[in-house]
Design a protein around this ligand. Structure first.
Ligand code: HEM
Length: 405
């Protein structure tokens, strides 16, 4: 059998997809010593961990993974405590709130960003749009002062760097600590102000939310807002960059989407399958578990390779091909993803923001296509992905003929 790939090696970062295939075919369960975790790569195994029908897996690993930067969030919780806390935040991200309150926010922020480059005929869609749009949408949804949006975006950048700091760079770690403090010093007074004079924004809704007599403390709300930087910012950032990278490198599919905008949902679902923003999610075993053809002892960390599961030939035909018309995605709508891909996970912690992400992608892609009628990659440019835990195109320089608008 080919040698066991190392998920922290430079070769893996350069091309994880080849390594994923080797893992699925020859090493479906790997004990990875540097991260002291058991790595699973097949669709059926990753799906089983996420669904956790038998109560074998916990999210206790998040106590060391994300607690240091976000504090205590719903990702760490389990059982009834999780379902109540989740019910407190979920209503804002679906149904009427999303449609009526937040769609205008999404549209406004997309327009403002596109207006910064639409007349120039060129842009880096990663730097000028993808890395900014979802974070600004969250800041605006929360109802933060416009003057503070740049600061909010700055915190986003340091939080993402902190979470991705695999090498343990002390400067990145120190910046993360500072951000945690600054974020709290900024957010807590804003939350207190919103309790006294509520508005029509997400922060006021979180302050007022009550389920079974439980309400969120200032600290709970701050932690949730901090989580949104990574969970709602970086993910959607990379999804938008990737959907454009995939479409720009498949011009005939881009033309189909431009012609029929209802295909954006399919392109989003297929992008999340082929190039998911989050490649790895970890869990901890509550008991000894049989997994990936082997045995994982209680108390172990399990690393689930979403980026691999989504390309498992046992699940998808021609799995490495980008094809928005593939017939083995059954829902094609990206959010009822249980049948399509594992990019939003599954089960109790299934992404709360999936509908919001889809709304942002619909609006963003629609408005960008309108503003850039003949958008194409800059001459000679080939997109390349970067990142290991989260992954997406590093940059995406494009050219287009400016139109009035
Ligand atoms: C959970 C992916 C967009 C908020 C998750 C999880 C994944 C994920 C994989 C599960 C984590 C786990 O099980 O450990 C994505 C992707 C997105 C996206 C790929 C974009 C394409 C968003 C947005 C928001 C959001 C826009 C909100 C603004 C959350 C929250 C959770 C979560 C709060 C925790 C849910 C829980 O623990 O019950 N997301 N997400 N996500 N996501 Fe997303």
């Amino acid at each position: 059998a080919p040698p066991v790939p190392d998920i922290l090696s430079p070769a893996f970062a350069a091309d994880p997809y080849g390594a994923y295939r080797i893992m699925r075919e020859s090493h479906p369960l790997i004990l990875h010593e540097p991260t002291n975790s058991y790595v699973v790569s097949r669709y059926e195994d990753v799906e089983r961990v996420f669904k956790d029908k038998a109560g074998e897996f916990t999210t206790d690993n998040y106590d060391w993974q994300i607690e240091p930067v976000h504090g205590r969030t719903i990702l760490q919780l389990s059982g009834r405590e999780h379902s109540v806390r989740r019910a407190l935040v979920a209503p804002a991200f679906r149904g009427t709130d999303l449609q009526e309150k937040f769609l205008p926010v999404i549209e406004r922020n997309a327009r403002e960003l596109i207006d910064t480059f639409r007349h120039t005929g060129e842009a880096d869609l990663v730097d000028a749009f993808a890395t900014r749009f979802p974070v600004l949408v969250i800041a605006d949804m929360l109802g933060l002062d416009k003057a503070d949006h740049d600061r909010f975006h700055g915190w986003y950048t340091t939080v993402i760097a902190f979470l991705g700091n695999l090498a343990g760079d002390p400067e990145v770690a120190a910046a993360g600590d500072r951000t945690r403090q600054e974020f709290a010093e900024y957010m807590i007074p804003v939350i207190q102000d919103r309790r006294e004079s509520p508005g029509d924004d997400l922060l006021s809704a979180l302050c007022a939310a009550e389920v079974d007599g439980v309400r969120m403390s200032d600290e709970d709300i701050k932690a949730f807002c901090s989580l949104l930087l990574a969970a709602g910012g970086e993910t959607t950032d990379k999804a938008i960059a990737s959907i454009f990278a995939n479409l720009l490198t498949h011009p005939e599919q881009l033309a189909a989407v431009r012609e029929d905008r209802s295909l954006i949902d399919r392109a989003f679902a297929e992008t999340l399958r082929l190039t998911p923003p989050v490649h790895m999610i970890m869990r901890q075993t509550a008991t000894d578990v049989e997994l990936g053809g082997g045995r994982v002892p209680a108390g172990s960390t399990v690393t689930c390779l979403i980026g691999s599961a989504n390309r498992d030939a046992a699940r998808y035909r021609d799995p490495d091909r980008f094809d928005i018309f593939r017939t083995d995605l059954t829902s094609t709508t990206a959010f009822s993803a249980a049948a399509d891909h594992l990019a939003f996970a599954l089960g109790r912690h299934f992404c709360v923001g999936a509908l919001l992400a889809r709304a942002e992608v619909r609006t963003g892609v629609n408005m960008l296509l309108d503003a850039m009628p003949d958008v194409r990659l800059a001459d000679g440019f080939t997109p390349s992905e970067q990142g290991v835990f989260t992954r997406g195109p590093a940059s995406l320089p494009v050219r287009f003929t400016p139109v009035a608008g």
